[in-house]
Design a protein around this ligand. Structure first.
Ligand code: PGA
Length: 259
């Protein structure tokens, strides 16, 4: 895992956007895995700027999102489909038919999850997966206690995730946050050829510590990335503040990035 420690979230978002933009330039037909939440918003803004400046085009890019709340319509203003449309898809030149988000209203959610995985495979797999990290160490909605080999399925949110999500979304209303979601599994995520995880703020410091320097454990599902051979973490000083080898990671990643 390469840990890129940046002075703030603006610098981290730009660096992560550079990595994605380089891939899109190199392979205009690449397949991206995308994430929602407050964390990637700045980075999506940077990518939108690149499109506006005609540095890159998403015209032929295909995307699959990590997860969706179970029971929310794609038109619901707190659904992840709505979030993606507003925060990225409307701002870039992607073809909406090439963007995929799990259907939270699927009559048969198990079938929906299987079909989602099959579609990713048919597209050749995910070239680069964007991730955030929950304060409990989750990736996508894979909460503590989820197998590190899990596949896309219906999952159950922990009280801490429900609280985090109510604070940032759902107008602060705890009882409006769905308790279940459809989510790519940890095993599914780890099949992406490259992973780019963003983490900002003191509230993520314990999760980042667990992911990077804790044992690999289903108690912190992000720790599964320790076994991925091309995983990048772009974080700010606060999120990196509990890492024992922070300075070493910062030096090493800067050297690797320079080539
Ligand atoms: P956040 O969520 O970006 O809103 O902090 C991250 C996550 O739960 O994966």
């Amino acid at each position: 895992m390469e840990i890129v420690v940046c002075k703030d979230k603006a610098e981290a978002s730009r660096k992560a956007a550079d990595m994605i933009a380089a891939l899109v330039k190199r392979n205009p037909k690449c397949v991206l895995g995308l994430a929602t939440g407050s964390t990637p918003v700045l980075m999506y803004g940077e990518l939108a700027k690149d499109v506006k400046a005609k540095k890159i085009s998403f015209r032929q890019v295909k995307t699959w999102n990590l997860d969706e709340y179970y029971g929310l319509a794609p038109t619901h203003d707190q659904s992840y489909r709505y979030f993606m449309n507003e925060n990225l898809f409307k701002k870039i030149d992607i073809q909406i038919k090439n963007t995929h988000v799990l259907n939270g209203l699927a009559k048969d959610p198990v079938k929906e999850c299987k079909a989602y995985e099959a579609a990713i495979k048919r597209a050749g797999g995910i070239d680069l997966q964007v991730l955030g990290i929950g304060s409990d160490g989750h990736i996508a909605f894979n909460e503590p206690g989820t197998s590190l080999k899990s596949r896309t399925s219906v999952v159950y949110l922990t009280p801490s995730t429900i609280k985090d999500n109510a604070r940032l979304f759902f107008h602060g209303k705890l009882d409006e946050v769905p308790t279940r979601a459809l989510s790519m599994g940890v095993g599914t995520i780890c099949e992406a050829k490259r992973v780019v995880l963003l983490a900002f703020g003191k509230g993520k410091a314990d999760a980042v510590k667990g992911m990077v320097e804790g044992g690999m454990s289903q108690f912190c599902t992000a720790s599964a990335l320790q076994a991925h051979n091309d995983a990048w973490v772009f974080c700010d000083e606060d999120a990196a503040s509990k890492l024992k080898l922070k300075d070493y990671y910062a030096w090493r990643s800067a050297t690797v990035l320079k080539g």
